[in-house]
Design a binder for this molecule. Structure first.
Ligand code: 6GU
Length: 246
């Protein structure tokens, strides 16, 4: 998969060189290209923003640098990229959307600063490419760079071969399937006793059926406590009579 990111703070994307995403890039599983939007400005001050039509606070990102940047990047690759526009006004970024985007061959992220990008950029590219405006949650950040880090990590770990163990995203919280409506429960490792806190007996019993049942009960308990909305919104048939949430 190829991912292009266009930003006025390319250094904000440095964490894409580290850890899971950095390793995926080094292995050639992911091709990430970060671009400085200001390379597509032509004035002495490399201006990317201007005052909003209609008045109001803040500044708006000018369409011209974005248009030149996107035209150049699109022309430099094969096929049709999908444009992902981070904005608090977008559709929610969910595990389902991460799975969907992980199947795309090429994504372009356009993290904005200020009050956002002139609407005509979204109109223009919406007529040429698949475009999605996406939000990572119900709070307002100063720019879309941190959301790009979040979304890229969520997508990259789903790419074939990136995680050591493909089964490890089968039971992620929010993974489509039996865990669709559940948060993952607690985990333990050695030693069996630590500062007087014990590993639950069932986990060392070797009884796989009982362990699976215990994990599901713990996931249910945690979901009721932290995210009752997930229980209320679950698909019919997500729970059965053995799921006695406490
Ligand atoms: Cl994608 N951008 C900004 N600026 N704030 C956000 C967001 C995105 N998602 C949640 N808050």
């Amino acid at each position: 998969m190829r991912i292009d990111v266009v930003s006025i703070f390319p250094e904000y994307l440095e964490p894409l060189n580290v850890s899971l995403v950095g390793k995926a890039r080094a292995r050639g599983q992911l091709d990430v290209r970060v671009h400085d939007l200001r390379q597509w400005t032509h004035d002495r001050h490399h201006t990317v923003d201007d005052t909003p039509y209609g008045g109001g606070p803040g500044m708006v990102m000018k369409p011209d640098p974005w248009g030149e940047a996107l035209d150049a990047i699109i022309a430099d690759g094969e096929g049709t990229p999908e444009l992902i526009v981070p904005t608090p006004s977008g559709v929610p970024f969910t595990q389902r959307l991460a799975v969907e985007l992980s199947a795309a061959p090429w994504l372009i992220f356009t993290p904005a600063r200020y009050e956002g990008i002139d609407r005509r950029v979204i109109e223009e590219y919406g007529a040429r490419l698949p475009v999605r405006e996406v939000s990572i949650g119900d709070y307002v950040l100063a720019g879309g760079e941190a959301p790009v880090l979040v979304m890229t990590e969520a997508i990259a770990r789903l790419l074939p071969g990136v995680l050591g163990n493909a089964a490890s995203h089968q039971d992620d919280s929010f993974a489509p399937g039996t865990m669709a409506a559940l948060l993952e429960g607690p985990v333990y490792t050695k030693p069996p006793s630590w500062r007087g806190h014990e590993v639950p007996d069932v986990l060392v019993s070797g009884h796989h059926g009982k362990i699976a049942r215990w994990r599901r009960d713990e996931a249910l308990r945690r979901t009721v406590a932290h995210r009752p909305d997930l229980i209320a919104g679950a698909e019919p048939g997500a729970f059965d009579k053995r799921d006695r949430a406490t």
